[in-house]
Design a protein. Structure first.
Length: 202
């Protein structure tokens, strides 16, 4: 039986965007409002996250903290926190969003002196009833998804090497590694049935 490639529905993705608090202030507020999800320089989670980037360009950036949401409600809370400061009196520091952290250029998924939102704890996988659509979390990694789909004789269009994240690969429009799938379905961005955008809670 030939594997049936299904489109990937991307849930829980947030784009790179501008924050509105200073990096350290965002970290302190996040740590108090979403406990257990913020790590700082010197923490083992922080160190492990930096060392797991694909390139030295990203490893050499040092965020004020790393925020690791585990659900969409925590992503919404983050967006609410960065959106509460007065734009007229505060600078607009950026925050970075990491899926797999595999992009080659500096600043693609990490940032100096502000917040890196590491989505890799959001790696859910759910198949539709007809097994034609795989809904995955915004922090999913293709090399983790493939073995989960194999028992169903399914696959998705995705990255060739370990560590490539669904979010960056899809929004970057990449080509799949399996040539026969790529020839039939084209770019990854055209194969996705929908993408979820998380909004701040009111």
């Amino acid at each position: 039986m030939v594997p049936i490639p299904g489109p990937v529905r991307l849930l829980e993705l947030i784009p790179l965007a501008a924050g509105v608090l200073a990096g350290s202030s965002i970290c302190d507020v996040l740590n108090s409002r979403v406990p257990g999800r913020v790590s700082y320089s010197g923490d083992s989670i922080y160190t492990a996250s930096l060392s797991s980037y694909y390139t030295g360009h990203e490893k050499d950036l040092y965020p004020s903290c790393i925020f690791r949401p585990t659900c969409t409600a925590e992503v919404s809370k983050f967006l609410q926190i960065v959106g509460t400061n007065d734009h007229r009196t505060s600078p607009l520091p950026q925050f970075a969003v990491r899926g797999g952290g595999h992009t080659l250029f500096t600043g693609a998924a990490n940032i100096n002196g502000s917040v890196t939102v590491d989505m890799r704890s959001m790696k859910s996988l759910a198949l539709s009833e007809d097994r034609k659509i795989a809904s995955v979390g915004g922090g999913s990694i293709f090399s983790d998804l493939y073995p989960q789909l194999e028992p169903y004789n399914l696959t998705v269009m995705g990255g060739r090497v370990p560590g490539i994240g669904v979010g960056g690969f899809t929004t970057g429009g990449k080509l799949a590694w399996r040539r026969h799938i790529c020839r039939n379905l084209g770019f990854k961005c055209t194969d996705s049935s929908s993408r979820g955008l998380e909004l701040p809670v009111p």
